[in-house]
Design a binder for this molecule. Structure first.
Ligand SMILES: O=C(O)CCC(=O)C(=O)O
Length: 244
């Protein structure tokens, strides 16, 4: 695919299913090198809380920034959402052996975005399999809004999608080789099981928004976004520069 732009069939599939992938992004040698940098980044660091270590490292680390804004992410999302993209957040999802289940959910439920439109790219840093808790999605689930209720069974999040509205028989396991990615949107119902294997599973989730989306300041008032392509045609949000 030229310049990583999506063809019409892929665009239609994203519209129909609410996700796309796994898609190739980074080759094996390069992801091994990136992983060794990430391993160091995620090591315990007494100057940072666990939250600070795992979230928004694109703001202070050039490797995470380059990975988050790889042309295979930006151009594919550009094919779906147009040329004006702002990098809002990045999150490392680290599933060590024994890590808990992440409940079925829709991302828009948790986030301070108005209107609640956000595109996610989830990049596999380690191989991601059924055994170590790969991401699972329900195709077409993005067409409805799901009620969320308090989580049960010691899940990773405090709220989960109401099971009465989720048809788990339709789930797709998105097993990925390290260096592959998936794309999904704010309403795509997704989940991952507890990691019952002996292998770690790390993914980097990259969240891009459009200039029309205002990030409300109820959870991180000082957070700033980075314009990765096009123009910020609205000026609703605080911007900053990439790390150097
Ligand atoms: O990494 C996972 O298991 C879940 C990821 C997720 O919920 C997300 O990226 O929104």
């Amino acid at each position: 695919m030229k310049n990583n732009l999506l063809d019409e069939r892929s665009i239609d599939r994203f519209r129909k299913d609410g996700f796309l992938g796994p898609l190739p992004l980074i080759d094996e040698d390069e992801i091994d090198e990136i992983r060794s940098i990430i391993d160091v980044l995620l090591m315990e660091d007494s100057s940072k809380s666990i939250f600070e270590q795992k979230h928004n490292r694109h703001l202070d680390n050039t490797t995470v920034y380059s990975l988050s804004t790889h042309p295979g992410i930006v151009n594919r999302l550009g094919s779906l959402y147009g040329p004006d993209l702002l990098l809002w957040r990045t999150n490392f999802f680290v599933k060590d052996p024994g890590s808990k289940e992440i409940p079925w959910h829709q991302d828009h439920n948790y986030w301070p975005l108005e209107p609640p439109i956000v595109a996610s790219a989830w990049i596999a840093i380690d191989d991601s399999t059924v055994e170590n808790g790969c991401v699972q999605v329900i195709p077409g689930s993005h067409r409805k809004t799901l009620p969320h209720i308090p989580s049960v069974n010691n899940m990773e999040f405090k709220e989960m999608g109401d099971p009465n509205y989720i048809d788990e028989t339709q789930l797709i396991n998105l097993e990925m080789r390290a260096g592959e990615c998936i794309l999904f949107n704010e309403r795509t119902v997704h989940h991952s099981d507890a990691n019952t294997s002996k292998k770690r599973r790390i993914g980097l989730a990259v969240r891009m928004i459009l200039p029309i989306v205002k990030v409300l300041n109820w959870d991180s008032p000082n957070h700033a976004l980075i314009q990765v392509t096009g123009e910020d045609t609205m000026g609703f949000n605080r911007l900053t520069k990439p790390p150097t």
